[in-house]
Design a protein around this ligand. Sequence first.
Ligand code: ADP
Length: 190
Amino acid sequence: MLNIVLFGPPGAGKGTQSERLIDKYNLVHLSTGDIFRYNIKNGTELGNMAKSFIDKGELVPDEVTISMLQSEVEKNEGAKGFIFDGFPRTTDQAEALDMFLSSRNTAVTAMLALEVPEEELVTRLLERGKTSGRKDDADETVIRNRIKVYENETAILQNYFEQQNKYHGIDGVGDIDEITNRLCSVIDSL
Ligand code: ADP
């Protein structure tokens, strides 16, 4: 299986690039943010629980996120591989993912990290907020909090995957097609 963790701060372009990569490599896209938003829209118990965290730009508790992610993987028996977008975001999530995939006789193939400077992220997210309808994109304080949470809790996962020789940093600034090409050349070299 080809299991890619697409990594990077909020607004780095993970969703945009995932859409392109799933077509090219025939993978299933699992975006924890999208799954939470779907649940919020449909007023599920999970959605109602997650909403209070998401609206403030905080992480949804690990326990909830991990079990949700596992059940999404299980819904896709027979997949050739996955793109994990927005997961893992904490060390506990990364360890849970490793254990879960190894129980299924597979593993994370690589972490591809989109690198984008903070001011560019804020500009992109405020721009997206004009049309996305996402409350967490409309408010600069919430945006900056998401970036802070990323730096405090998530960025450390670079070390986690570097230790496994699975980390690949990719310049996330520039033309969308060009960034896709950068990602593909790493994937093709795996
Ligand atoms: P972003 O554009 O900030 O990367 P996402 O769409 O991936 O946003 O996620 C939106 C929100 O959903 C996050 O700010 C967080 O509250 C919640 N969320 C998404 N993935 C996770 C996760 N792996 N662990 C905890 N919370 C998550």
